[in-house]
Write a protein that binds this ligand. Structure first.
Ligand code: ADP
Ligand code: MG
Length: 699
């Protein structure tokens, strides 16, 4: 097997090598120019590419093609058309044109548009994104595309992502050129998303309505053992799981997804997969595909893959670590401290730009990871808090402090202002001293944004990050552009120093899980947007709309529509959870509880018939507890139903989301609390669905 991996890798991808082999030289060159320089693609080039793509696809047994896009549902969408084209003599030929490659016109009316629909009358179009390679899956040629309305509004996640990458590239290039890097013509952002997931048995899954309808368990008493022994983390893979991971790796490799690391996670039945990083756009597409393949391959192995942020209460949920950096077309990672003074200067400029960006747009960063599912994790001592801060580590922190206090070059005071004079200490990629509690941590040559939820597309957080950093770099450029060359060094130093002073409040190297940090963050004036309804309104705040419109990432209408969709999504999610919980409690839990109550009552009566002297105190007490629980649960489920109705009838969408968050979720928690207490008293065979112990420890 091992010697076949290089051959296997990317075998289903229309990648650069295939393009070079299959395309006429001039066509290949023209396409490369479009990909690298974002230039317009002529139709004759597209036609030639389409022919080569089709030939390659047909050689690989493909009969259909689809434009593959990422509507605002957070999932991917596809509509398959076959290559066949009837001929006059009743035969068919396999055809695929440049026009079909470049543009599609799916009916868009059923995708969420957040009010944009009115302006584009149900039709949308998809446009080929040549920067993300086409691939083959299940006998179909997949063409990554952007999805827009007829009037040009983005209806997807890819379009604004590409725009944000463009914005960052423009701003970063300007700054680099100013710093003397004349051969830099573009900068791309890179992302490596680490993906967490749970695997449970398919048979168990099928019996739990909560998992089927909501992706998480709404009821379930803790088993005697949870994750407290930490024996699962990096533990030996069980054979069934190892077989699954093996297949998953292979399928991902075929699709050119560089799956690299796999291991067991902290929670029982929880695992992680990390790929080698790639350009953001490609990494986002790959992450969507990875999630899809995780689910599909799980099915082949009798598993269900749970990607929800919190499938099980009381044990860790799943997130996604978004490793992020910027690199130039000349191959330089701008967050690598480097070894020479010039490299150090560049590093400090880009580092402080990121610090400024995160401080000024911490609200947007928080918003970009907000979802009903992720609300269960952030701030719950298993994932970073809802407060966005930056971890730099002791070494780098000391460097910034010395710059701030002009103590950086202690040897020679005259040189103290000259930032390029001394080489920064070398940063080791320290894997032991990792601050796991920080939402945004510098890890040697990249930042790791750790607040992301496991199920969401990583497009959103990267759109925010790219745009905010572009804005910070623009401000730097404005500051430096008129400085005479001989004064540039000291101007850069002053800028770096000033930025540190202005934005150091967002730097925090301590324990992000502690209560002291919450108080301190408040004193520092940092945002603490605890829940999704708290976070969402920042999307449409003036300063943020200005940011997005200035950099052509979103129009104002596009921002508003996304805000509406997110609000709606949140309320719908909690609504479905509430209905599912009511269903399970009324149709499954309460009947099971009553059955047991009856059994005990019968048993007490029978025993009394045998002899009045037989002790029944314990049974009677249990009977009391269970009956009491039955009463309480019945009342609580009625309250949940009533409050859910009230929520549904709330007119304003933000008020509605807040009511779901403040009242309906509280009702669900109260109900669950009693139900779980009762569950712990039930015999193991009485519930019609599997318990936590059944699901978490037998895979
Ligand atoms: P660690 O395991 O110590 O967190 P790794 O080097 O294994 O660090 O990286 C974790 C993830 O970060 C991987 O997906 C990796 O590809 C990604 N990564 C590494 N360098 C970069 C970079 N320059 N930009 C984006 N992601 C990166
Ligand atoms: Mg990591």
């Amino acid at each position: 097997m091992a010697n076949k991996v290089p051959e296997l890798y990317g075998s289903l991808v229309f990648n650069d090598k295939i393009m070079r082999d299959k395309l006429p030289k001039d066509v290949y060159k023209a396409l490369k120019k479009t990909i690298d320089k974002n230039t317009h693609l002529e139709l004759d080039v597209a036609n030639a590419v389409a022919i080569a793509m089709k030939e390659w696809a047909v050689e690989n047994g493909v009969t259909h093609f689809t434009h593959w896009f990422q509507p605002l549902t957070g999932f991917t969408a596809e509509k398959h058309d076959s290559f066949i084209s009837p001929t006059e003599d009743g035969q068919i030929i396999m055809e695929f044109s440049g026009k079909e490659l470049i543009k599609g016109e799916p009916d868009a009316s059923s995708f969420p548009s957040g009010g944009l629909r009115a302006t584009f009358e149900a039709r949308g179009y998809t446009a080929w994104d040549p920067t993300s390679p086409a691939f083959i899956k299940d006998g179909t040629l997949y063409i990554p595309t952007a999805f827009c309305s007829y009037s040009g509004e983005a209806l997807d996640k890819k379009t604004p992502l590409l725009r944000s990458m463009e914005a960052l590239s423009l701003s970063a290039t300007k700054v680099l050129n100013l710093l003397g890097e004349k051969d830099v013509t573009s900068v791309s952002t890179t992302v490596g998303p680490e993906q967490e997931y749970f695997l449970i048995d398919k048979e168990d899954y099928k019996k739990r309505k909560d998992l089927i309808f909501t992706g998480r368990t709404l009821l379930g008493a803790m088993p005697p053992k949870g994750q407290e022994m930490e024996d699962h983390y990096f533990g030996a893979l069980r054979p069934r799981v190892a077989a699954y991971m093996h297949d998953l790796d292979e399928e991902l490799w075929k699709l050119g997804i560089p799956a690299k690391t796999k291991h067991n996670e902290v929670a029982p039945a929880q695992h992680e997969l990390a790929p080698v990083f790639d350009t953001t756009n490609v990494a986002v597409d790959h992450n969507q595909l990875t999630m899809e393949m995780m689910k599909k391959i799980a099915d082949n192995h009798g598993f269900v893959c749970l990607l929800h942020e919190k499938p099980f209460d009381g044990i860790n949920g799943s997130g996604k670590h978004n490793n992020w950096s910027m690199s130039t077309n000349t191959g330089v990672n701008l967050l690598d401290p480097g070894k020479t003074p010039a490299e150090n200067t560049k590093f400090l400029v880009f580092l402080t730009a990121v610090i400024k960006a995160v401080d000024e747009y911490a609200d947007l960063m928080r918003l970009s990871v907000a979802s009903a599912g992720n609300d269960h994790r952030l701030g719950a001592n298993e994932a970073p808090p809802a407060i966005i801060s930056i971890f730099l580590g002791d070494e780098l922190n000391a460097v910034l402090e010395s710059i701030e206090q002009d103590k950086f070059f202690t040897a020679d005071k005259a040189k103290a202002m000259d930032i390029g004079a001394t080489v920064l200490p070398h940063f080791y990629k320290d894997t032991t001293d990792r601050n796991r509690t920080s939402p945004f941590a510098f890890t040697g040559n990249k930042f790791e944004f750790r607040s992301l939820g496991s199920s969401a597309s990583v497009a959103g957080p990267n759109i925010v990050l790219n745009t905010a950093v572009a804005e910070a770099l623009d401000a730097f450029y404005d500051e430096l552009k008129d400085v005479a060359p001989e004064n540039l060094q000291s101007a850069v130093h002053e800028l770096v120093k000033k930025t540190i002073i202005d934005h150091k409040r967002v730097i925090f190297n301590g324990n992000g899980y502690s209560d002291e940090w919450v108080a301190e963050a408040e004193a520092r004036g940092l945002y603490n947007l605890k829940s999704t309804p708290d976070a969402l309104p920042v999307f449409i705040a003036d300063k943020n709309v200005e940011l997005f419109t200035k950099h052509n990432v979103y129009t104002k209408t596009e921002v508003t529509s996304r805000y509406e969709i997110l609000l709606e999504n949140y309320s719908k999610t909690i609504h479905i959870e509430s209905l599912t919980m009511q269903d399970m409690v009324n149709h499954e839990f309460l009947p099971a509880l009553m059955k047991y109550i009856d059994e005990i009552a019968d048993s007490v009566l029978k025993r009394k018939q045998v002899s009045e002297k037989l002790p029944v105190t314990a049974q009677t007490k249990l009977l009391e507890t269970l009956s009491d629980g039955y009463e309480k649960i019945s009342e609580l489920v009625i309250k949940l139903k009533a409050d859910t109705l009230t929520a549904e009838e709330t007119a304003d969408s933000l008020d509605m989301a807040k009511f779901y968050q403040g009242t309906v979720i509280a009702d669900m928690e109260a109900l669950r609390c009693v139900a779980d207490e009762m569950e712990a008293l039930l015999p193991s065979d009485i519930l019609p669905y599997p318990t936590y112990a059944d699901m978490l420890f037998y895979v």
